[in-house]
Design a protein around this ligand. Sequence first.
Ligand code: EPZ
Length: 429
Amino acid sequence: MDRIRIVGGNKLNGTIPISGAKNAALPLMIASLLTDETLILDNVPRLADVAQLQRILGNHGLDIMSKGKRPGDHEYQGQTLHISAANIIDTTAPYELVSKMRASFWVIAPLLARMKEARVSLPGGCAIGTRPVDLLIMALEKLGAELQIDGGYVIAKAPGGLVGAEIDFPKVTVSGTHVALMAATLARGTTAINNAACEPEIVDVADCLNKMGAKISGAGTPRIVIEGVSKLHGARHTVLPDRIEAGTYAMAVAMTGGDVQLAGARPELLQSALDVLTEAGATITPNNEGIRVTRNGAGISPVKVTTAPFPGFPTDLQAQLMALMACAKGSSHITETIFENRFMHVQELARFGARISLDGETAIIDGIAKLRGAPVMATDLRASVSLVIAGLAAEGETMVNRIYHLDRGFERLEEKLSACGATIERISG
Ligand code: EPZ
């Protein structure tokens, strides 16, 4: 199994190209199931999760062709996928595939909307919490689907097609909003999603669906209205930049010091995180090419942060912020409100010497002057990258094990960081 070796202490200086967003690319690929025409997606990141979803979609009979960069493309433009769901040969998403990637459960929505049936394995547990799908099921039932659970599978049917409805989510859910949105595009009549997630990835998917002929308004607000249409068609869409990748590298620069341009990053997608970084002592300068992050001289100031749905501070940057605060001049509080068990990195950060205690949903981090490198491993994607950030700033050598989590969500991580002066390498085998 591959590992990443880091020798910490170098400042980061240079340019880091920001890739397409994983959490937009995945639902966009799934949306291709809604039409028998080809959906072309540009700027798709090369990630293990994308490859895994290609396998899952292939199992339903989708034809996926990938093309690399075209002449004149920026280095941060990812691959182009041509996805054709002209012939759906199987409406079952089996346990062996869904259990490897939770988001693949979302195929239930387009399959049900277009094929009027789906049999999709429940995704099971996950390192960051219980992560139920009850609200996804509720939304599909509201749209008229009949659902039952049998043998670990959700069996969904809508023989007469889905029918528009008023869907009220009791809590903000990204997965629930994606599923309701996709299903409602082909439902008869009007659907309104209330208390919808406002995440930029939802807006990106809605934009793409509108290009495919859907009639969606209000994406990016808590009330999304969808006028159902009988058919969607092919389209071409560029995946938006990954705000979590951008925020992660911004935290890395804040931690090591230096001066880095995050090329292609869009500040409005991560304003809350940029505000926290400014409070912590980094200088953030949005410009035409992206976002410039610098920290020179001044130490890191402690912060008090609570994760929240967009536009709040994202749970997907919580672990990275904790790594940064491990070296702040004082005591920081980070409260996690989205996932109940997303503190698996605390024990691993302690291996660097970080002083973190947990009080329910809140982590209290007492900053120390210097972390020391250590062998570490993590159980989820964002936790893993928080260990990389800690390793970049720590004295001496860090070995990050189990890096397949990193490969799920960070494209060419060690390449991007070493181009900015980090001593970081992948050790294969
Ligand atoms: C998405 O997960 C992201 N995944 C996550 O990114 C991200 O952390 C999360 O949104 C929050 O921003 C993708 O986009 C592929 P939710 P999702 O539905 O959609 C509860 C990463 O590292 N809930 O908004 O699964 C749930 O348990 C990942 O890239 C229910 O109770 O998140 C959680 O507490 C990890 N019932 C809260 O809602 C349901 O039916 C928010 O979950 C659904 C969710």
